[in-house]
Design a protein around this ligand. Structure first.
Ligand SMILES: Cc1ncc(COP(=O)(O)O)c(C=O)c1O
Length: 399
């Protein structure tokens, strides 16, 4: 080996191969982009309106409002609620929104951007979604809303969450970034709360060729306010009412998304099939727990996430040596894996002094240390699925 040479293994199964997906859909996507190139109506073009119509139909809401990212979808939905419920542009820091610390940063960030304080409560150890009983225990006179996240593509217990919200007069914004197509007892995620916030980040189940997002709601007033906030805050572009954003969904992204939406159900079904294959291939390994799938959550497997039990956690580093070793052994075998998420929000610097914790967050900290996600894109071949299963089994056995 030369001095600069390090041991490297060629990746045989990456987490996601977007080129493969593009090649699979190329004729349709190229045609959709060519149409947009011809009409040149780039801002709020016909594809945006058509996508909003189709997403509203798909999710089952009266309205869908395209925005520039999933993060903006959360901020716009929350700020529309602040305007509707308080008449103020933003919430105030003593207004609290209860959410999960086991999520992507954007969830907590959006609450702060909307002016409120995130209150982090613990998760359910089986689904890794926010646990309804921890929400109920955290409600005070300062609580204004609940922000559940349908993590990894699996719906939260929306029946219980909506019941708690109704009982206390709270709003619910669903973070549906990872769960396009998932449902709870048949109700699509994004249609059960006051509003849903979707992300079209390229790796999502419905992803575009850059950033994009969508707010869904059945509330006419919220839809009107969200529609204003995404375009500077006014009905009239040159006479504005509220402090808004330039956060429109691109016409070109909408063209790509309209094409991909036609394939979404097939792709989600394929994700479920792959998850079932993994579950039967890996379900008997000692130390490794496969994801629990509750029949009524319509899990769409944005991520397929194992847990590697380790008696040494929770520990201050939030790392399971056994989980890390499994990931390294998989890498040596050319199989990609990822930890979503290694640092829960309550442990991040950005949330110190700006958030609250209610109760112990032991389940969250245990999950952060134990989780490992495997490749689960819908176009994985049978050969690749088999290779992932064999590699995980060998790596879990220490090979
Ligand atoms: C749970 C969750 N919420 C919010 C977001 C933010 O979405 P975006 O990256 O489109 O801003 C993401 C993904 O990136 C996410 O996974």
């Amino acid at each position: 080996m030369g001095q600069t040479e390090t041991k490297s293994t060629k990746t045989k199964v990456p987490m996601l191969d977007l080129k493969r997906e593009y090649n699979h859909l190329k004729p349709e996507i190229d045609k959709a982009i060519a149409r947009a190139l011809e009409h040149q109506r780039w801002i709020m073009g016909p594809e945006v309106k058509e996508l909003e119509k189709q997403v509203a139909e798909y999710v089952g809401t009266r309205h869908a409002i395209g925005v520039a990212s999933g993060t903006d979808a959360l901020v716009v939905a929350l700020r529309a609620l602040a305007l509707k419920r308080t008449g103020k542009e933003h919430f105030l820091p003593d207004q609290q929104i209860i959410t999960t610390p086991f999520t992507f940063t954007a969830t907590g960030e959006a609450i702060i951007r909307a002016g409120a304080t995130p209150v982090f409560v613990d998760i359910d150890p089986v689904t890794l979604n926010i646990a309804p009983e921890t929400i109920a225990a955290a409600i005070t006179s300062k609580t204004v809303g609940i922000l559940p996240v349908h993590l990894y593509g699996q719906a939260c217990d929306m029946a219980r969450i909506m019941e708690i919200a109704r009982e206390h007069g709270l709003f619910v914004v669903e973070d549906v970034a990872q769960a396009f197509g998932a449902h709870f007892n048949g109700g699509k995620c994004g249609s059960m709360g006051d509003a849903g916030a979707f992300s079209f980040f390229p790796s999502k189940n419905l992803g575009c060729f850059g950033d994009g997002g969508m707010v869904t709601t059945n509330d006419d007033q919220l839809a009107e306010l969200a529609g204003q906030l995404r375009k500077h805050g006014g009905r009239d572009k040159y006479n504005v009412d509220h402090l808004g954003y330039n956060s429109r969904l691109d016409t070109l992204q909408a063209a790509v998304l309209l094409t991909k939406l036609r394939h979404l159900d097939d792709f989600n079904s394929r994700r479920k099939e792959i998850a079932a294959r993994y579950n039967s291939g890996l379900g008997n390994l000692s130390n490794v727990t496969v994801p629990a799938v509750s029949g009524n959550t319509g899990h769409v497997f944005h991520q397929y996430t194992l847990r590697v039990a380790d008696p040494r956690i929770p520990n201050p580093e939030l790392r399971s040596p056994l989980r890390d070793a499994l990931g390294s052994r998989l890498k040596e075998r050319g199989i990609a894996s990822m930890v979503y998420y290694p640092v829960p929000l309550h442990r991040m610097q950005v949330f110190q002094g700006r958030s609250k914790i209610v109760g112990a967050l032991d389940e969250t900290e245990r999950a952060a240390a134990e989780v490992l996600s495997l490749p689960i894109e819908p176009l994985l071949t049978e050969e690749e699925i088999g290779l992932v299963i064999r590699s995980v089994a060998a790596a879990a056995a220490g090979n």
